[in-house]
Design a protein around this ligand. Structure first.
Ligand SMILES: Cc1ncc(COP(=O)(O)O)c(C=O)c1O
Length: 462
């Protein structure tokens, strides 16, 4: 008898009713309005199921999920303990107003606080990343009485009114009302240095000098907070040089500015630590999370609040709330997720995989493929920066490209899909951001497929 990995068997079963795919596709195309898309130009793949690091369609094809969906699936698809926890909670109590106390909410908050750095002792729960940043910014403004927020170029903080204006990339432009009270600055990015630096040390010092000048010129007394992704996510997986985040913390302290770490993407294991700031021992005043807290099995996000900020609302009410703040199903999923991650050593595994398999494997690909200008990352958070020419570093797809100009990266993605792997593509990059519990064999399978797919990008090089 031939044995197949279970995802292949499950995918074959899903393919037994191919007309389902057509029905799903038809309903989607007729009635679903998709994010970030020209509606007439998309053809979303109907997905039938998922298990571990794989998901599959209705036509018998399965894919290695090197994107963790939207970089949220840190424990992989279908974790039985999390499913059981959600089922148990659904039988007990599906929903409860935020004005009550509830067991899953309290337990999730306690567990998150226990994992968090510094004195981040309280949690305000939200439904996702953007809402978390909205509330962190509101808390910072109320706690300091100052209006402005500093945010980095090459950042993404969400798609609500405030957070899209915090965002430092072209996704902001169509919604930029110019009056959001946000000032952007350049963070360090040696490969495309805004400071003409040639070493990480130089880049770090110049980026800190630039930030200090920005603060001084803007007027420290007008700045409530600085929000930063400790490792930049969709903006390019940019790992800060040693000393940068500590330097940002120092500047914030010097000028009475609160530090908000946006750990929506980096939190809960992605960088090989529970939180990315732990890699550099930095303690923010507010820390936002979502995605990995329960791998997105049920939508959940939140703001971790330090004592310094929390006291503002000891005697005066916090002016904000959400019907589903600390939703029991989402919190039960979070408790089970954190328990599973700890019991199965997923965070340590993510660090090991980055150091011993993904990092070396991707660097090896870069040696063979002239289209790879740089490999960056840590843990299970990596990017391949694709270029037309390694010397000039001309991007394979230009900054803020029109859809037609994105074709080379679309072709690389198509080549990956053909080989059964699904990484995350954005701008001129392929991001390799798998679940934290991806096995070594799965990682090697992904690297082999990428190796073949990158020849498509090589064809565009000079
Ligand atoms: C760093 C960061 N912040 C905020 C968000 C927004 O999160 P959400 O899409 O859950 O609103 C994202 C989403 O990708 C993110 O990566």
């Amino acid at each position: 008898m031939t044995t197949h990995p279970s995802h292949v068997r499950d995918a074959a079963r899903a393919a037994e009713s191919p007309q389902r795919a057509e029905e799903i596709r038809a309903a989607d195309r007729a009635h679903v309005f998709h994010s970030w898309s020209a509606q007439r130009h998309i053809d979303p793949l109907p997905v039938a199921g998922g298990k571990g690091s794989y998901f599959w369609d209705h036509e018998g094809r399965s894919y290695l999920d090197l994107a963790s969906q939207f970089v949220n699936l840190n424990i992989g698809h279908g974790h039985p303990a999390v499913i059981a926890a959600v089922e148990r909670q659904a039988r007990q109590l599906c929903t409860v107003a935020p004005s009550f106390a509830s067991e899953p909410r309290g337990t999730a908050a306690r567990m998150i606080v226990d994992l968090a750095p510094g004195d981040l002792n309280r949690v305000f729960f939200t439904n996702g990343g953007a809402e978390s940043n909205e509330h962190a910014v509101r808390m910072a403004r109320l706690a300091t009485g100052r209006p402005k927020i500093l945010a980095a170029y090459r950042s993404y903080h969400g798609a609500t009114a405030t957070t899209i204006n915090l965002t430092g990339d072209p996704r902001r432009w169509p919604s930029d009302n110019g009056s959001a009270g946000v000032v952007h600055f350049f963070g360090p990015f040696l490969y495309r240095s805004p400071f003409h630096a040639t070493t990480e040390r130089e880049e770090c010092q110049r980026a800190l000098d630039h930030l200090e000048s920005t603060i001084v010129m803007e007027g420290p007394s007008t700045i409530a907070a600085l929000i930063i992704e400790p490792v930049v996510g969709t903006g390019g997986v940019i790992v800060p040089p040693e000393g940068y985040l500590a330097g940002v913390r120092e500047l914030c302290d010097e000028h009475g500015i609160l530090l908000i770490a946006d750990e929506v993407m980096t939190g809960f294991g992605r960088t090989g630590s529970w939180f990315a700031v732990d890699n550099w021992g930095v303690k923010p005043d507010l820390l936002t999370f979502a995605k990995g807290v329960n791998s997105g099995y049920v939508p959940l996000g939140g703001v971790l609040i330090s004592e310094r900020v929390a006291v503002t609302f000891d005697d005066k009410p916090y002016p904000g709330g959400l019907t589903y703040s600390g939703h029991p199903l989402a919190c039960a999923a979070a408790v089970a997720t954190m328990e599973a991650m700890a019991a199965e050593g997923m965070v340590e595994h993510a660090a090991w995989l980055g150091e011993h398999v993904l990092g070396p494997g991707l660097r090896e690909l870069a040696e063979r493929h002239p289209s790879v200008g740089e490999v960056r990352g840590l843990g299970v958070m990596w990017a391949l920066e694709l270029v037309r020419d390694r010397g000039s570093r001309e991007m394979l797809v230009p900054y803020a490209a029109a859809p037609a100009d994105a074709e080379p990266v679309n072709q690389v993605m198509a080549a990956c899909r053909k080989r059964g792997v699904w990484p995350f593509a954005t701008a001129n990059r392929i991001h390799v951001v798998p679940p934290c519990n991806l096995s070594e064999a799965e990682a090697r399978e992904g690297l082999a497929a990428l190796d073949e797919a990158l020849s498509v990008a090589d064809a565009y090089t000079a």
